[in-house]
Write a protein that binds this ligand. Sequence first.
Ligand code: SF4
Length: 433
Amino acid sequence: MSSAHHPRFRAFTPRDLDGLLRRVSLTDDQRLALRAVSSVLPFRTNAYVVDELIDWSAVPADPVFRLTFPQSGMLPAPDVRRMAGLLAGDAPRAEVQRAAHEIRMRLNPHPSGQLDANVPVHEGRRLTGLQHKYPETVLVFPRQGQTCHAYCTYCFRWPQFVGEADLRIATDDIAATSAYLTAHPEVSSVLVTGGDPLVMSTAVLRRYVEPLLRIDTVRSIRVGTKSLAFWPYRFTTDRDADDLLRLFEEVVASGRQLALMAHFTHPQELRPPVVREAMRRVRDSGAVIRCQGPLVAGINDSADAWAELWETTTTLGAVPYYQFVERDTGPQGYFGVPLARGHAVFRDAYARVSGLARTVRGPVMSAMPGKVCVDGVAEVAGEKVFALHLIQARDPGLVGRPFFAAYDEGATWFTDLKPAFGASRFLPGLEPG
Ligand code: SF4
């Protein structure tokens, strides 16, 4: 172990919300509104986030507070009033749950065809814990990894956490996963994701990762995680931290790339020394850390935040990868940043960082046809347009082809865009909406 100090993980759930909010001055109505939001959208944080990451003197503006604590604007006001009324009146649990379910169903819980278009079929069976959207990449959602050390308020995978079985994507059928990958040699990269797969013990993660090393066509393994930000002790002093790094070493020794797809939202997450120690240990294992996160209103919608994030992660030996656009689900109305403004933030930050940090792509929408990158705003033949291209696509023939959408200052998602120049489609094979 690398340190004499071994903090124990301690989670806080909606039951602890009132107590935690005592640190902030709020009226009873404001407190009730926050409880109302957390009865619909998931809430979970932990003692590290609360004690080490949040600057309580800056609350409620503090970015990490806004990143993990509910805010009343996250739901439409009538929904907040309805849930607050039920909670204040001590309504029966079933009634609260029924109302929460109704509201969730209006929040587009599975955008971009996640429950239907991306689910692979093997020998006549739907493998519902896998997603196969792009030919060379498969996502695996391990059953035991479908929580996180804390939940992001803007999370696009929020339905994984609200305890509604029909909304969850998860598998523990490792044999079926291996059989599918063996039958699909075009899949060269597997992304183990969640939730956060690093909430699992190393022993359980190993059950999912080791079989991948027996499939020659799988050349890289990615682990999607926010643990560096929300619980860096996972890589330093947790009981099985050393085992985790050994597992990473084994993947690298097999001749594959192990990429930790690290979710960072704000440079404040990189300030505690333990994060830097965790990143050093991960890099020493031979794994590569690639950093990504969404642009979210009220948390990181400034060029200062992104320039610092990209420069610092680069200095720490990680690779800036994607800046995402907030997806069209859950509280997008509250956290979404219009594409035009989002691109301005991206470009301003990109222009300030060194060439080493310009590995980042963005702003990127993970939309139905694929990963759509907003390249900029231009004037073509007298019309103001967005220039875009697909970084990834269900149809690989569409990758890398420039296309244009009519400029719309308020557009926040791909489905808001219309082809420029009065055309009926963006490209042959790429329709609007
Ligand atoms: S870490 Fe990812 S999956 Fe977990 S709550 Fe945040 S955005 Fe959602």
